[in-house]
Design a protein around this ligand. Structure first.
Ligand code: AMP
Length: 215
């Protein structure tokens, strides 16, 4: 099962993605995190995108597409991805569809965490104290929220039309949101079967390794 999770910066996408990763053994693909890692590692790409990210603008669609293809093409992550912070505009929607098609996959569920600008401002300031992220001052937070809303509208429209979208109230306590998301994921029968198979295969592999090492 592949999931896309949406929400403006500070909506709790990261927190809920972590929860899904833990509970359902998916792999979280946060484009923001991948990009920040490039900056931290001072790669050529990192140097190129640092000022764009710090000013709250979006990095080019091709750069992000190249970054995520590495994961979509990896068999270890096949049908186990949760996209956090991607896609952010219609070009990225098309790029994602094409990439998933190329590797015989699709999106199964799209979650939108909806939160007001007032709540975002409050959370961004709290997070600044915890993480000291350079782009987390209030002026940039508002700019990111507005740009997010502007770009994301057609993306949300696209997934709504495709009947993949579920809107989750992101103002609720974290645990309640997690419960709601769990119910949605567990609504996918085929998916639970896949988890069981996966756990079984994992155990079977361990037994086989043990037998071989005994023999
Ligand atoms: P995030 O952690 O998702 O809030 O992303 C932090 C920053 O990384 C954004 O403000 C953008 O500059 C950049 N970024 C993250 N994801 C994307 C994306 N899908 N397309 C373009 N830029 C992105």
């Amino acid at each position: 099962m592949n999931i896309v999770i949406f929400g403006p910066p500070g909506a709790g996408k990261g927190t809920q993605s972590n929860f899904i990763v833990e509970k359902y053994k998916l792999h979280q693909l946060s484009t923001g995190e991948l990009l920040r890692k490039e900056i931290k590692d001072k790669t050529n790409l990192g140097l190129q995108i640092e000022s764009i990210i710090n000013s709250g603008n979006l990095v080019s669609d091709n750069i992000v597409s190249d970054l995520i293809e590495k994961y979509i093409s990896d068999q270890n992550y096949k049908n186990r991805l949760i996209f956090d912070g991607y896609p952010r505009n219609l070009i990225q929607v098309k790029n994602l569809d094409n990439l998933l098609n190329k590797y015989e996959q699709k999106i199964d569920l799209v979650l939108k965490l909806s939160v007001s600008l007032e709540t975002i401002k409050k959370r961004i300031l709290e997070r600044k104290n915890l993480e000291q992220r350079v782009d987390d001052n209030e002026k940039i937070a508002v700019k990111r929220f507005e740009m997010y809303e502007k770009n994301i509208e057609p993306v949300i429209g696209y997934y709504k039309q495709s009947n993949l979208l579920t809107v989750v109230n992101g103002e609720k306590p974290i645990a309640e949101i997690s419960d709601e998301i769990s119910d949605l994921i567990e609504g996918f029968k085929g998916w639970l079967w896949e988890i069981r198979q996966y756990k079984y295969a994992g155990k079977q592999l361990l037994i086989n390794i043990w037998l071989v090492s005994q023999g």
